[in-house]
Write a protein that binds this ligand. Structure first.
Ligand SMILES: Nc1ncnc2c1ncn2[C@@H]1O[C@H](COP(=O)(O)OP(=O)(O)OP(=O)(O)O)[C@@H](O)[C@H]1O
Ligand SMILES: [Mg+2]
Length: 351
């Protein structure tokens, strides 16, 4: 977890040092004061990228040349990141970072954006990413299968694009299928585990659904009842026409159903927000079970879409979790305690 965070020249933050606690860190401030920018800084540090922009240039404070973010962690591993016209430089434990996955291992992070109620309207890619991100932290073999799968898929697609003979394209199928089947099994297993904890947590966040039944809906990404290898072989003509491999683990999708209905069809926006939050809380908890005292959860804008009662429910559940949380709000009444600390931000500075 982060014990100290220093941000310089990022958006409206010229220089700010924060000493967060291991429980809930509530960041309060008016619109435009720099709350989301602080979360962006933590996200950058843990993931090596921003959730707000693809071009990090936009995050550098106007009229400055670079931004810098440094942190101390409870594991005594210093992390530092700097971005300027030479690019992004990250240092982990006083040495240049080799792979972003090392960073992600150090600081497993779940991010709940202000517009997270749109989760179910966004495409399957977003839902797969959320699931795979959780798996990456709890199932060490997942990443190697996924990396191998992606590489083989690229090669198969390249053969398709180059109109190679069918036999040459199909050289990849057995390998692709073997990784794909493992990925599918791991994803299903993870979702079953999430679902168990999710239904309990969601009922507490949203008591109006406490009697509801939740079920898992998972689509493999290829025709049901076939193995992936059979599916690939059955759709080779279509793939040759398309110039890419349409079926496989890269086309999977999932959701939970409530009393057999789709959340997007029946949930209010606030309920959709709580749904997404509960998913992230469960995944953060699962990552913490593996790697204690490391999970971080960022929750931007607790006050949007949620009424007072549901905000209080959220806080009550967050406090119970053994993770470090950063929550932003324009306004929130919270008594400070051992497990809660309040920071007031004003024009990019701590008040
Ligand atoms: N590159 C930049 N340089 C300087 N200021 C910037 C830059 N990019 C954005 N800003 C400003 O930084 C401020 C902080 O924005 P931020 O989104 O963090 O506010 P916030 O506290 O989350 O507000 P809200 O409650 O509306 O979500 C805004 O006023 C924004 O206009
Ligand atoms: Mg904001």
């Amino acid at each position: 977890m982060l014990t100290q965070l220093t941000v310089s020249n990022l958006r409206n933050i010229t220089k700010l040092t924060l000493e967060p606690i291991s429980g809930i860190n509530l960041i309060l401030g008016a619109n435009g004061s720099g709350k989301t920018s602080l979360l962006e800084a933590i996200h950058l540090l843990a993931m090596g990228r921003s959730f707000r922009t693809r071009s990090l240039k936009n995050a550098i404070q106007f009229e400055q040349q670079q931004f810098q973010i440094t942190a101390k962690t409870s594991a005594e591993v210093p992390v530092g990141l700097q971005y300027n016209s030479d690019g992004l430089k990250i240092r982990l434990n006083r040495a240049p970072l080799k792979r972003l996955s090392e960073l992600a291992m150090q600081l497993p992070l779940q991010f709940v954006p202000a517009n997270c109620h749109q989760f179910f309207e966004q495409g399957p890619r977003y839902r797969r990413q959320l699931l795979d991100w959780g798996l990456f932290h709890v199932e060490p073999s997942f990443n190697s299968h996924w990396q191998a799968y992606k590489k083989i898929l690229q090669q198969r697609n390249s053969a398709l694009r180059q109109h190679k003979p069918t036999s040459e394209i199909q050289l990849w199928d057995a390998h692709l299928a073997s990784h794909g089947e493992v990925i599918t099994a791991l994803r299903r297993q993870q979702l079953e585990k999430i679902l168990q904890q999710f239904s309990v947590l969601f009922a507490r966040l949203c008591p109006e659904f406490s009697g509801a039944g939740f079920t898992l809906k998972y689509r493999n990404g290829w025709l049901k009842d076939l193995t992936l290898e059979q599916a690939l072989s059955g759709t080779i003509d279509r793939d040759k026409q398309l110039g890419y491999t349409r079926s496989g683990s890269h086309a999977a999708d999932w959701s939970f159903k409530i009393n057999d209905a789709d959340p997007v069809e029946m949930f209010s926006r606030g309920q959709q927000k709580l749904f997404f939050l509960a998913l992230c809380m469960v995944q953060a908890k699962m990552a913490d079970d593996i790697n204690q005292d490391r999970s971080i959860l960022l929750f931007d804008d607790i006050s949007s879409e949620l009424d007072q009662q549901h905000q209080q429910n959220v806080m009550k559940e967050l406090i119970q979790l053994p993770i470090q949380t950063f929550v932003t709000a324009t306004d929130f009444a919270l008594e400070e305690s051992e497990k809660t600390k309040v920071f007031h931000v004003e024009r990019g500075e701590l008040r």
